[in-house]
Write a protein of this length. Structure first.
Length: 371
C-alpha cells in the first residue's frame, strides 16, 4: 500500500449544545484537524486530532503534517505503521522541536489515518484488527449534561433526563468555581435528584490548587464520586500524588498528557487511579497502546478521554481489557460515515471497516476551513 498523497484538512463543527464552558475553556465549535492519506490501491485513511477550533493554531498542525510529515510518508508502505511512527516521531528535526504539542497532535492524526487504512485494507473494524473485543458492554458516561456554564436547575433537569430518558447510568459534572462550595451544592442537588445508583464523576480541568482540592475533597467524599478528574495543573505529578494520598476519591487524568513518559511519571508516583489517555493527543494509536498496556500492567482502569468525540476510542475501548467505560459527547458524531452511537447508556460496537474516522462528504462541504 504505497502512499501517494497526504492531504491535510480542518473542519470547524458547531457544538450541538451551543456555547459551553468548563473551568478553563469556553468553546462554540470543535476542531477536527487531520489528514487523508491516499494509497495507490485507491484506499484512503483518515485521522484527526481535536481542537477548540482556533484557525491560526489549527493551521500550525496542518502545516506540520504537510511540510514535515508528508515528505517522510510519500512513497512509503502505509502498512508499516511502527516503522513510520518512529520515522516521524524520532526524525532528528522533529524530535528536537517536538515530543509534545503541535507535532504530537499532528502525529496522532497521521497515525490514526494509517491504522484506519490498515483496518480498511483488512475489511474489518479497527477493534477486530487490534485483536478483537474484550468487552461485550462498553458503558458511556455523559459529559454533555454537566458543563460549568449550565445553571443549577438545568443541570439537575439535564442529569435526570439523561438517566430517565437517555438510559445513562453514568454522568460527569464539571467543577472549578472560584468558591468550591458552589460546586459542592451543585453535586449535592444532582446526587439527590438522580439517586445513589447513578455513577457521578467530577472534572476540574486543572483549575484549582492543592489546598483548594483538599478542602473540596474532604466534603465531596460524602457524594460517592467515581473520580475527580484533572484536579490540579496537568503536569504537576507531586501535587496529584499528595492529593491521591489525602482523599478516598480516585484521581483521574491524562487528557493533557502527550507521551508514554508523562503517563509513567504519574503511574510511578501513585498519582493516578483512572488512566485517561487520548489517542488524539498521544502520538496516535501506536502510543495509546503503550499507555493502556502500562496502565493494565498495574491493573489500573483506563477510561479514555474523547478528544475524537469517541469515533476512534470506541474501537480502542471495546478492544482493550482495561477499558469498560468511555466518555460520551455527541457534538460531531453526525458528521462521520459511521457515527459513534449510544443506546441505553452503552456504546454500539462499530461494524464498518476502518477506525470510524472518516468524516462525511457533507461535513467537508459545510465545515471545511483553509488548511
Ligand atoms: C471543553 N472532557 C473534557 C472540553 C473536555 C473539555 O474544552 O473539550 O471539557 O475535553 O475535559 O473530559
Ligand atoms: Mg476532562
Amino acid at each position: 500500500m504505497k502512499i501517494i498523497k497526504v492531504e491535510p484538512f480542518i473542519l470547524h463543527i458547531p457544538v450541538t449544545s451551543g456555547q459551553i464552558s468548563d473551568s478553563t475553556h469556553t468553546i462554540s465549535h470543535w476542531g477536527v484537524v487531520g489528514c487523508r492519506i491516499e494509497t495507490e490501491t485507491g484506499l484512503s485513511g483518515y485521522g484527526f486530532t481535536g481542537t477548540h477550533a482556533h484557525l491560526p493554531s489549527d493551521r500550525l498542525i496542518t502545516a506540520c503534517i504537510r511540510d514535515c510529515y508528508a515528505p517522510l510518508l510519500l512513497g512509503e508502505d502505509a502498512g508499516e505503521i511502527t516503522r513510520l511512527w518512529h520515522r516521524l516521531a524520532r526524525s532528528p528535526a522533529l524530535q528536537w522541536i517536538g515530543r509534545a504539542g503541535i507535532t504530537q497532535l499532528a502525529l496522532a492524526a497521521v497515525d490514526v489515518a494509517l491504522w484506519d487504512l490498515k483496518a480498511k485494507a483488512a475489511e474489518q473494524p479497527l477493534w477486530h484488527v487490534l485483536g478483537g473485543a474484550t468487552s461485550t458492554v462498553l458503558d458511556a458516561y455523559n459529559t454533555d449534561i454537566g458543563w460549568l456554564s449550565i445553571p443549577d436547575d438545568a443541570l439537575v433537569a439535564g442529569s435526570v433526563a439523561a438517566v430517565e430518558k437517555g438510559g445513562f447510568r453514568r454522568i460527569k459534572l464539571k467543577v472549578g468555581h472560584a468558591d468550591p462550595n458552589t460546586d459542592l451544592t451543585r453535586i449535592e442537588k444532582v446526587r439527590r435528584a438522580v439517586g445513589d445508583s447513578v455513577t457521578i464523576a467530577v472534572d476540574g480541568n486543572g483549575k484549582w490548587d492543592l489546598p483548594t482540592c483538599m478542602r473540596f475533597c474532604a466534603r465531596a467524599e460524602a457524594y460517592d464520586l467515581l473520580w475527580f478528574e484533572e484536579p490540579l495543573w496537568y503536569d504537576d505529578v507531586a501535587s496529584h500524588g499528595a492529593l491521591a494520598r489525602a482523599t478516598t476519591i480516585p484521581v483521574a487524568l491524562g487528557e493533557q498528557l502527550y507521551t508514554l513518559d508523562a503517563f509513567n511519571a504519574f503511574l510511578d508516583a501513585g498519582a493516578i487511579h483512572y488512566v485517561q489517555p487520548d489517542v488524539t493527543r498521544l502520538g496516535g494509536i501506536t502510543e495509546y497502546i503503550q499507555v493502556t498496556d502500562a496502565a493494565h500492567a498495574r491493573r489500573l482502569p483506563v477510561a479514555p478521554h474523547a478528544g475524537d468525540m469517541s469515533q476512534v476510542h470506541v474501537h480502542l475501548a471495546f478492544w482493550h481489557p482495561a477499558s469498560t467505560i468511555l466518555e460520551y459527547i455527541p457534538w460531531i458524531k453526525d458528521w462521520f460515515e459511521e457515527p459513534a452511537a449510544v443506546e441505553a447508556g452503552a456504546f454500539r460496537r462499530p461494524q464498518r471497516p476502518g477506525a470510524s474516522s472518516t468524516p462525511s462528504e457533507e461535513a467537508f462541504r459545510r465545515f471545511a476551513q483553509p488548511a
